[in-house]
Design a protein around this ligand. Structure first.
Ligand SMILES: [Zn+2]
Length: 173
């Protein structure tokens, strides 16, 4: 059996963590949305420029992958927590995994990205914090009447109070 080539996909949190990222002949990618989140001039931008010079590839995900990730994010309730860049990272990983020779590993400290990656069967590694060990799902909780809603709900349909988000554990990874 052939070993798949690992492609590391880094998100904004990995760059902002300030921890050294070494490519060491590893294939590393990120997306245009991550590039857009970094302001020119700052230290993070310098790190980003250095990574690009040493081989970091910026690649946009396919439209199909973006649509698939957005639909899945809506199901898990992560969509409100994910930026355009976050969605792109997951979609790029999805594209990489559709190629027979490559396997994506997302490097991220963002729990919503990790949660959705787990749902999409994408491998991820935490960067500076410990990664999540359980899949969870965001549910809406009404502080007025204490009802819970499995579907993301902004305003309680029963009493009209603005809901809050709560985490519900799903299963072991
Ligand atoms: Zn209510």
């Amino acid at each position: 059996m052939l070993l798949k080539k690992q492609v590391f996909i880094i998100d904004t949190s990995a760059i902002l963590s300030g921890k050294p990222i070494q490519l060491n002949n590893r294939c590393m990618m990120t997306t245009p949305g991550v590039s857009d989140e970094l302001r020119p001039g700052g230290r993070d931008y310098q790190i980003f420029e250095f990574l690009k010079e040493t081989g970091l590839v910026i690649h946009a995900p396919s439209k199909e992958a973006l649509a698939h990730v957005k639909a899945t994010a809506h199901q898990t309730g992560d969509d409100a927590r994910l930026s355009t860049a976050d969605i792109e990272i997951l979609a790029l990983a999805y594209d990489v995994n559709r190629e027979p020779e490559t396997e994506a590993v997302i490097l991220t400290d963002d729990y919503s990205i990790q949660n959705l990656a787990a749902t999409l069967h994408i491998v991820f590694q935490g960067f500076s914090q410990k990664e999540i060990t359980k899949k969870f799902k965001w549910v809406s909780r009404c502080p007025g009447c204490e009802r819970r809603f499995q579907e993301p709900t902004k305003i309680c349909p029963v009493c009209g109070t603005r809901t809050k988000s709560a985490l519900r554990r799903q299963q072991d990874l």
